[in-house]
Design a protein around this ligand. Structure first.
Ligand SMILES: NC(=O)c1ccc[n+]([C@@H]2O[C@H](COP(=O)([O-])OP(=O)(O)OC[C@H]3O[C@@H](n4cnc5c(N)ncnc54)[C@H](O)[C@@H]3O)[C@@H](O)[C@H]2O)c1
Length: 260
């Protein structure tokens, strides 16, 4: 087992890539605290884990990562209960798309608050423990959108480019403490987030969902969407000792999208 007894805080665990990661990490022996604002989805993830790996240790906590004091409290509780944290997986994220001239400030703030501040807050309150332990691993979820432009995605792209920058800079801050910080950049991955993005695009253009889906599929040279588990496997690689000489790096899991 690659993550035996690793105390893991995984955000955005109620859906999509986070849920797949939680299931995979359970199989690898992690002890998981699964954080999300979606209580029902979080409980479903825990049930899926228990069905697949009855001996797995996983609990759900309702946590909005964009709320600084809530993140601080959650991490304090984890430390009280487990005494340490080994892995932080910053997966919680939101997407909002639209023409720049029509983009409203509420959506802009949400993108910044969840994708950037939420990632930062989880790092900020975990880092003192990592430094004391002289060990720890952070994996952030960036995106192809941090590497290339996407039509109508200016503000989402800027948050994900920000995650790439944060990852590289934190890697420098934390290397002296034996803490590694890396990111994964998925391409089109079949999750509720991508499906809602495609549905909105289709509605606005007055075309079928399947038409837009096909366009998104063709962005990657492999001509299909990723299954969330294909991204989860790369998150596992970066979380485990298999990537022991990697820090400040990003791995594209994009079916060749950025190679075009
Ligand atoms: N699906 C894709 O194609 C794709 C591509 C590139 C990057 N990503 C990134 O991967 C990550 C996971 O995306 P996904 O596709 O699985 O999305 P998803 O919508 O299926 O899951 C995201 C989860 O984050 C949670 N969340 C949202 N706001 C939160 C908050 N404030 N606090 C805590 N949890 C919150 C949601 O409730 C949800 O359970 C995101 O960071 C996303 O930006 C996804």
């Amino acid at each position: 087992m690659k993550l035996k007894d690793k105390i893991t805080l995984l955000t955005g665990a109620s859906s999509g890539i986070g849920r797949a990661t939680a299931i995979l990490f359970a199989k690898e022996g992690a002890i998981q605290i699964l954080a999300d604002i979606d209580q029902k989805g979080g409980e479903e993830t825990v049930n899926l884990i228990k069905n697949e790996v009855p001996s797995a240790k996983a609990e759900f906590i309702n946590l909005d990562v964009s709320k600084s004091s809530a993140v601080a409290d959650a991490i304090e509780q984890i430390l009280k209960k487990y005494g340490r944290i080994d892995l932080l997986i910053n997966n919680a994220g939101v997407v909002r798309v639209g023409l720049p001239e029509e983009f409203n400030e509420e959506d802009y703030d949400l993108l910044i608050n969840v994708n950037l501040k939420g990632t930062f807050f989880c790092c900020k309150y975990t880092i003192p423990t990592f430094k004391k332990q002289k060990s720890g691993v952070i994996v952030n979820l960036a995106s192809v959108a941090g590497h290339i432009g996407q039509v109508n995605h200016a503000n989402y792209c800027s948050t994900k480019a920000g995650v790439l920058g944060m990852t590289r800079a934190l890697a420098l801050d934390l290397a002296p403490f034996n803490v590694r910080v890396n990111s994964v950049s998925p391409g089109a991955t079949d999750t509720p987030m991508l499906r809602s993005d495609v549905a909105k695009n289709a509605r606005e253009r007055g075309v079928d969902f399947e038409v837009v889906k096909k366009e998104f599929e063709e962005e990657g040279v492999m001509g299909r969407w990723a299954d969330p588990m294909e991204v989860a496997k790369v998150i596992l690689f970066l979380a485990s000792e298999d990537s022991s000489y990697m820090t400040g790096a990003d791995i594209l899991v994009d079916g060749g999208w950025v190679s075009r």
